[in-house]
Design a protein around this ligand. Structure first.
Ligand code: SF4
Length: 350
């Protein structure tokens, strides 16, 4: 594999000093907000993260506050960001910092990876930005920049490619490790763009870039295709009595673990199966009507949903129902419950 020329270091540091975006988490060296921003930025755009980051820190300004936040409030703060396992892991990690690290944020790449939800990249980002440790932080942006810079045709979806790029970067990391790592990430996010749109004419590394010299920028990086997502048919119920709506809680493991949802089940139910399902939840319907179909895409699975609005009597005894399902006042539902965006096509009716 071609080496990375060491001349990139001063070029990138200069470029970063002049061109970096002014982002809220770049005004601190405190590991807690840096960690929070890194977790939020996984799978979420910078602009979308900004208001969540601000609000989260207002409610939860410290590891201690995060560790003791009630679960429902945590999910409510995260509502709309998706990938709720990130929020769960944040809280688990905060509790681990208190129980296993005496409340002191771990300060090196190795110890950071002992915290739930922190892998090689996030540990590298926190260790270098907050503590100045000279370790790489290789995310998707860095993989793309390095693949082009070295004209590597290695598959960047493979862990061994990531490990090899990490080894190439390791001896180059300067004292300003945090700025260097951020400069590579920033270059990938704003200049060395994916999908055939790199802005090579404004790239500080243009004169050193092998892919540019060899004329194959648009073919790089190489990435093997992900397996297709599984399609799952589901039937969703909006069960209402005029002021209250039925919710159920998902199991503690798996997709959307531990979150509240509109009652739903696998398959597209016909009317006979629908009645059986409603009764199995402990409700007796007065009437129902079909709502529009909707689709939601998760990382590995795609839900193709049909849905019914089901009316039950307001006299319905709320102690009835089942242990899987309960009625919640609509105002309280909107205020206190974080319903996954998979159900947004139907929650809008409340
Ligand atoms: S010259 Fe173009 S391809 Fe090479 S690193 Fe810069 S933006 Fe990326």
């Amino acid at each position: 594999m071609n080496k990375i020329p060491c001349e990139i270091v001063p070029l990138l540091l200069d470029w970063f000093a002049q061109n970096k975006r002014d982002l809220p988490w770049r005004h601190t060296k405190d590991p807690y907000p840096i960690w929070l921003s890194e977790i939020m930025l996984q799978q979420t755009r910078v602009e979308a993260v900004k208001p969540y980051y601000k609000r989260f820190l207002e409610v939860c300004p410290s590891v201690e506050a995060l560790a003791s936040l009630p679960e429902e409030q945590l999910y409510k703060l995260w509502e709309g960001l998706g990938y709720y396992s990130r929020a769960r892991n944040l809280q688990k990690a905060a509790k681990t910092i208190l129980s296993d690290f005496g409340g002191v944020f771990p300060s090196d790449h190795k110890s950071l990876q002992k915290l739930p939800g922190i892998g090689d990249y996030t540990a590298g980002a926190i260790a270098s930005i907050a503590f100045g440790e000279r370790v790489p932080a290789v995310d998707g942006n860095v993989l793309r920049v390095v693949a082009r810079l070295t004209a590597s045709d290695k598959d960047i979806a493979l862990p061994e490619t990531k490990a090899a790029f990490r080894e190439l970067l390791l001896p180059l990391i300067p004292e300003q490790a945090g700025d260097f790592n951020q400069s590579l990430i920033e270059l990938g996010a704003t200049v060395c763009l994916p999908n055939g749109e790199p802005k090579c004419e404004s790239c500080p590394l243009a004169s050193l870039c092998r892919a540019r010299m060899e004329g194959n920028v648009l073919e790089l990086p190489k990435r093997s295709k992900k397996p297709p997502r599984k399609i799952e048919d589901r039937t969703v119920l909006l069960i209402e009595d005029g002021g209250r709506t039925a919710l159920s809680k998902r199991p503690d493991k798996g997709l959307l673990a531990g979150l509240y949802e509109l009652p739903n089940t696998k398959g597209h139910l016909d009317e006979a199966a629908l009645l059986t399902f409603i009764r199995s939840l402990g409700f007796e319907p007065l009437r129902w009507s079909r709502l529009e179909d909707a689709k939601h895409i998760f990382t590995h699975v795609e839900w193709h949903m049909i849905a019914y609005a089901v009316r039950i009597s307001p006299e319905f005894d709320e102690r009835a129902g089942s242990d899987r399902c309960f009625l919640v006042d609509n105002e309280i539902l909107h205020r206190d419950y974080a319903i996954p965006s998979a159900f947004s096509a139907y929650i809008k009716y409340l």
